[in-house]
Design a protein around this ligand. Structure first.
Ligand SMILES: Cc1cc2nc3c(=O)[nH]c(=O)nc-3n(C[C@H](O)[C@H](O)[C@H](O)COP(=O)(O)OP(=O)(O)OC[C@H]3O[C@@H](n4cnc5c(N)ncnc54)[C@H](O)[C@@H]3O)c2cc1C
Length: 525
């Protein structure tokens, strides 16, 4: 099952330390050398404390780590044309080091691979990480979540052939509410036993689709209509291109253009004009069309809810990538400031000793360790669910949302403040700060921070109202009461619930913060 790269590494008896690469020794080296070393930032695995404990059971982990480190050490550069970067992922797939199905069979490896690739974003931007997570989590993960056995088997064929897949959820006018709003349609044609996929208007175009221009296949979310009845959003596995690379009939696509970072990744808009796909394009583990009728195979299992499960693995992977980017950026910057001397009355001292920089390094260590541990705990709990094939509890779902928000927001805050304090180094092309918009992408990937926060606040309000719930903290109770009272008086005046909610957004987000504080503690119970 393993490809040649891992077999070679095993034969050499490669160890984890080999995969870790070498860190520049603190102090001693000249600042210029520290700066130059950024280019060689190894694809490191974080120290063992970030591993989930469930990873310990695999005897061959060290060899796998080494092989994965080798295979991903020189993946892409920010300047690489996206076609070439797509080619690198095709080759990585064909090593079979990480199988499309590892998300469910060896989830600890799936997460470890994400963590390691998060570090690439400092020297090379986020393009490859996004490409990778879309392939493995959103595309293949959705097929695993709602595909039949035959459909999952196609993932193996794709992997061997090095074929790429993208995930088409976001629509132009749905933005962060995509999923709630799906205007792309898939209509059952009983005469031909096919589905016909259409983009009814410009606002329903799929946009921002990562790898959408280079992919061979797509999982596309579309509202299914059978016999005129609207059955809600469903996932379709379809060909975007034929084997010779030509675009499938009725599919119109283009790359969206240059971005501030990550231009080695294609982000496409997609338009479907009467695209005919076969019956087995519908990912059909939980539903199907039988004798012209829509059938739910497992009562109570709505396919869209199961697709939502993929967002949980994605949220943890994104949280980890944000943390790894933050960690790598701080390491690179500290190497520089340890070696950059500043004059003073008492002789020269290293820039790292300037009080505000010293304080931010210490804060990053402390906050980083706390959030790392929280994310690792969520990973561990989610891996248990995946392995035992059970759905995560509502508490874990809230914890996963919280860990993604906290990892991304603390990383943004720390990196931004570091940039303000370190001086001209931050402006250098190769310092890594220019890829900080990676963290911006993490903000809305797999659930926008603001939307998740509103959900957490709403759920807390509901629980306090309905079950006389005693698990809430004092802050949650106080803020929920305030929000209820302020909203009640506004609703009495205007009758508009949504407006009352929006007008009180500060209290909403304060309540979300209080909820996240409780949730963060809850995973250790
Ligand atoms: C690099 C990249 C890769 C991506 N890859 C994919 C992919 O492979 N597949 C895919 O389907 N999608 C993908 N996306 C889309 C992404 O997941 C987001 O859904 C999308 O970028 C949202 O963008 P928007 O600016 O249109 O959102 P908008 O909806 O316009 O939101 C803009 C801002 O307003 C805020 N906002 C919006 N509505 C509300 C509200 N009701 N309450 C409070 N705040 C609100 C949000 O916080 C957000 O920051 C990608 C995006 C990027 C940038």
């Amino acid at each position: 099952m393993w490809g040649p790269a891992v077999r070679r590494a095993c034969a050499r008896g490669a160890s984890l330390s080999r995969a870790l690469g070498s860190r520049a020794p603190p102090g001693g080296a000249a600042a210029a050398a520290a700066q130059a070393s950024i280019h060689r930032l190894p694809c490191e695995f974080p120290s063992a404390r970030y591993y989930s404990t469930v990873a310990d059971g695999h005897d061959d982990d060290a060899a796998w780590n080494a092989a994965w480190g080798d295979a991903t050490a020189e993946l892409t550069t920010a300047e690489m044309p996206f076609e070439e970067s797509a080619g690198r992922l095709r080759k990585l797939l064909q090593t079979e080091l990480l199988l499309h199905t590892d998300l469910q069979d060896r989830p600890e490896r799936f997460f470890r691979a994400h963590r390691a690739l998060g570090r690439h974003a400092v020297p090379h931007g986020p393009g490859f990480f996004i490409r990778f997570t879309v392939q493995y989590n959103l595309f293949a993960g959705t097929v695993l979540a709602v595909g039949s056995e035959d459909q999952v088997a196609k993932l193996h064929d794709m992997q061997k052939a090095g074929q790429l897949g993208c995930f088409g959820l976001t629509e132009k006018f749905a933005g962060v509410q995509s999923g709630l709003v799906v205007n792309t349609t898939a209509e059952w044609d009983a005469d031909t036993d096919t589905f016909v996929i259409n983009t009814p208007n410009d606002g329903a175009k799929k946009n921002w689709i990562s790898q959408g221009f280079t992919a061979d296949k797509a999982v596309v979310m579309a509202s299914l209509k059978v016999g005129g009845k609207d059955c809600g959003p469903h996932a379709f596995l379809m060909d975007l291109r034929h084997d010779d690379g030509t675009v499938a009939p009725g599919v119109v696509m283009d790359d969206m253009g240059r971005k501030t970072t990550g231009n080695d990744l294609d982000n496409a808009w997609l338009h479907f004009d009467n695209v005919t796909v076969p019956k087995d394009a519908l990912l059909n583990r939980y539903c199907d069309v039988v004798d012209g009728q829509y059938v739910q195979k497992v009562k109570g299992m709505r396919p869209f809810d199961m697709i939502g499960q993929r967002l949980y693995t994605g949220r943890i992977a994104v949280a980890q990538a944000a943390l790894e980017y933050r960690r790598a950026l701080f390491e690179v910057t500290k190497r520089y400031s340890d070696n950059k001397m500043s004059p003073s009355m008492n002789g020269a001292f290293a820039l790292s000793n300037i009080p505000q920089l010293k304080a931010i390094y210490a804060e990053a260590d402390e906050t980083g360790a706390r959030v790392d541990a929280f994310v690792a705990r969520c990973e561990e709990l989610l891996i248990d669910c995946i392995k035992e094939e059970r759905l995560p509890s509502p508490t874990l779902i809230d914890a996963i949302a919280t860990c993604k928000i906290r990892a991304v927001e603390t990383s943004i805050d720390l990196c931004f403040r570091l940039k303000q304090e370190v001086g001209s180094f931050a402006l250098m092309d190769d310092a890594g700060f220019k890829h900080m918009d990676f963290l911006q992408c993490c903000k809305f990937a797999e659930g926008d921070s603001r939307i998740l926060m509103q959900k957490l606040a709403r759920d807390t309000m509901k629980r306090l109202k309905t079950d006389r719930w005693e698990g809430a903290t004092e802050d949650e109770v106080r803020l929920s009461l305030k929000l209820s009272e302020d909203m009640a008086s506004e609703i009495a005046a205007s009758g508009d619930k949504q407006k009352a909610w929006d007008d009180n957004f500060r209290t909403v987000y304060a309540l979300a913060e209080a909820t996240m504080d409780r949730v963060e503690d809850s995973v250790w119970d």
